[in-house]
Design a protein around this ligand. Structure first.
Ligand code: AN0
Ligand code: CP
Length: 318
């Protein structure tokens, strides 16, 4: 593997899952693979899980790790080419990226959608500049349109808990006070569409995702109907995608907050969320604390998905 930015970088999903369970059984199995190799993690946005799990994954493989928080202690970066740099940004990303590349062997990048320009977000302008100018393998730690390390961990978690070959998985929009990217739902949909699960997406009108990510999923606007017989409920907020509403919050309707009311019509479904989660906006205390809540094992599997991805990238370096 060279770069990891979406499910398409995994050539065999079944094999990737086998590797995940192999690593889960012995996470230090490849502890010499990363000897004298350096991972650089570059964060344009905050993180708890991605930061810790990816660092742990690199340590499992014997790598060295450097972390750069662009907004804390680094120079502010200009990202547009052609700008006369007489403002508040002392450095251009076109120098910064190859310089970062010169200190490491692999680069992880977290760079959320900015909601300033839909085309820039959906063309993954920042992530692609890292791929083009760093000279190193690059992997996404959540970019503008996808969060593949999260979706891989979600898939591992579903595989561990499913009790039938073809579970019903429901992705539901839930309310949140701030505009959040579509990366997590886009990516989750893309990974679910790569399986043979029954996959349903539910959201209020106006929250339609990019059809390229929706793929073959069934879209059901009635949340209660969508939840009927579900084996897994995956909650997430996202801001609007379509037209002039791109990046806008159209609703904070707490009827959509996942509670015992909706969970009651499921097939005793497991509850999932990538975290961080706002309680009693996205999900009630009772549901997230219930024995059917998978949020903690799901977060723990981030170490596993990151170890598999880094292992494959390291193998590609040789
Ligand atoms: C981010 C998002 O919704 O994309 C990160 C989730 C992993 N969430 C927040 O900013 C709260
Ligand atoms: N789920 C996830 O990526 O969490 P962080 O934003 O804390 O990394």
């Amino acid at each position: 593997m060279r770069n990891f930015t979406s499910v398409n970088d995994i050539c065999d999903l079944k094999k990737a899952l086998e590797e995940a369970f192999e690593i889960k059984a012995d996470r230090y199995k490849y502890c010499d693979l990363g000897k004298n190799k350096t991972l650089m993690m570059v964060f344009f946005n905050s993180s708890l899980r991605t930061r810790l799990s990816t660092q742990k994954a690199a340590l499992n493989l014997g790598m060295n790790v450097i972390v750069l928080d662009i907004n804390q202690g680094a120079w502010k970066l200009e990202t547009e080419r052609g700008v006369i740099m007489d403002g508040d940004k002392p450095e251009h990303i076109l120098e910064a990226i190859p310089v970062m590349g010169s200190y490491c062997d692999v680069i992880g990048v977290r760079s959320f959608a900015r909601f300033e320009n839909k085309a820039d977000d959906y063309n993954e302008v920042i992530l692609n500049q890292f791929i083009k100018y760093s000279g190193r393998p690059v992997f996404s730690m959540e970019a503008a349109t996808r969060h593949p390390l999260q979706s891989f961990a979600d898939l591992i978690t579903i595989e561990e808990h499913k009790t039938k070959a073809r579970p019903k998985v429901v992705l539901t929009w839930a309310p949140h006070p701030k505009a959040l990217p579509q990366a997590v739902p886009n990516s989750f949909a893309e990974w679910m569409n790569a399986t043979d699960y029954e996959f349903v997406i539910t959201h209020p009108k106006g929250y339609e995702l990019d059809p390229a990510f929706v793929g073959n999923a069934r879209v059901e606007y009635d949340q209660m109907k969508a939840f009927e017989g579900a084996d897994f409920v995956y909650a997430k907020n996202w801001a609007a995608y379509t037209g002039d509403n791109y990046g806008k919050v159209l609703s904070t309707d707490r009827e959509w907050t996942v509670s015992d009311r909706q969970m009651a019509v499921t097939n005793n479904a497991y509850f999932m969320h990538c975290l961080p989660v706002r309680r009693n906006m996205i999900v009630t205390d009772d549901v997230i604390e219930s024995e059917r809540s998978l949020v903690i094992p799901e977060a723990a599997n981030r170490e596993i998905s990151a170890t598999v991805v880094l292992k494959n990238i390291l193998e590609g370096l040789k």
